[in-house]
Design a protein around this ligand. Sequence first.
Ligand code: 6PG
Length: 483
Amino acid sequence: MTDKNELAQIGVVGLAVMGSNLARNFARNGNTVAVYNRSPEKTHALIEAHGEEGNFVPSETIEDFVASLERPRKAIIMVKAGKATDAVIDQLAEAMDEGDVIIDGGNALFTDTIRREKDVAARGKHFVGAGISGGEEGALNGPAIMPGGPKESWETLGPILESIAANVDGTPCVTHIGPDGAGHFVKMVHNGIEYADMQVIGEAYQLLRYGAGMEPAEIAEVFREWNSGDLDSYLIEITAEVLAQKDPETGAPLVDVIVDAAGQKGTGRWTAINGLELGVPITGIAESVFARALSSSTAQRSAAQEGQLPAGTIQELDVDKAEFIEDVRRALYAAKLIAYSQGFDEIKAGSEEFGWDVDPRDLATIWRGGCIIRAKFLDRIRAAYDNNADLPALILDPYFEGELEDLIDPWRRVVVAATQLGLPAPVFASSLSYYDSLRAERLPAALIQGQRDFFGAHTFKRTDKPGTFHIEWSGNRSLTQTD
Ligand code: 6PG
């Protein structure tokens, strides 16, 4: 239904699939929705196809769109991240009044969101960078939403977002994350974890397929079974679907027909870059980004396949198949746990760096539904932070320490097997190194400090007394205290 005279509680600018699905979700949940798209055909198409789902107020100019919103006006931008977003923000800020709220629902880089929030605030309006997860289906039926921006805007925006968000046990999967860029930062890390989650699933598949010699359909069954245990999650569920799918043209397993070069739009890469900048070892996420990049290095890969790179001694898998499958499940669980632990570390570091005060419990709560990384396991993460909001690392929660007790040996066996089989398992292996590094009483960092002091007089600290020291490496090798 459309009514030009009715004021809308919320507006959506940009009616590609995500935008129109979000608009439909608002409308289906009793909100009157103003809709606008630069080319009006998309607006007409939405009204024609779905106008009956609720109350829509379509406009052909941004001024009419703004005029059709109830005050304080609230408009969500769902356009391509980057320049297009800046242009729409500028138009909206121009046409809106003091106290109105502009929301960017795209995957914006959080530093852009910080900049935009400042600019829009200087023009007397509120700006909210909101991460929205769940893909097209989630936008329509209930996404997880991570809004940042000023707390006051949450007061007016909160109830509307709650009306469309996914819901787990009566709790909507949306909450105010923190000021300015906090929402987009957290969404960025969500996507980094998503990359790692997908990669560890991929590594498990690779081992079962080329290590245990199983067919995709058989592996689909294994994933289906895994989905009823600790690994119960959206990504495991869709993995079973993808693996069971046959190519409609040839009848071959679809996974064998798809080119093995993974794409990326950049949010995982941002997470890795930010982890490097903050000095947080997000090894699982970074390796996942590299794994996608490596898969897409097609020229190098084919040269390497045609060349003479020695494989070394490859051993056949020499274990009971059922035991191997169970080991792989546990290795997957362990590597996934590390990726989440590292992702939460990055959020903590970002929150401290930018003064956001992000509560990890909020994330564990709202990520339980709607988003791509939704998983049963998030209930455990929530419980971990409920028990101790200042956990030094997620894996140090007593429940997860207990789980690791059962995971560690299978995890080691799987990394050994991958090495002997000559199969790449970058996240399984690097996560294990991360884990062992955290546990290690002494790290070779002492040696690195010695080397740094040797060639650059970079000094070192001693284990037995305070101060900063240097050895006269090119002289008599005496010790001097420099600080
Ligand atoms: C989500 C997804 C979504 C999207 C990303 C990742 O939370 O709904 O993360 O934001 O799928 O764009 O895509 P890439 O794999 O292309 O980086």
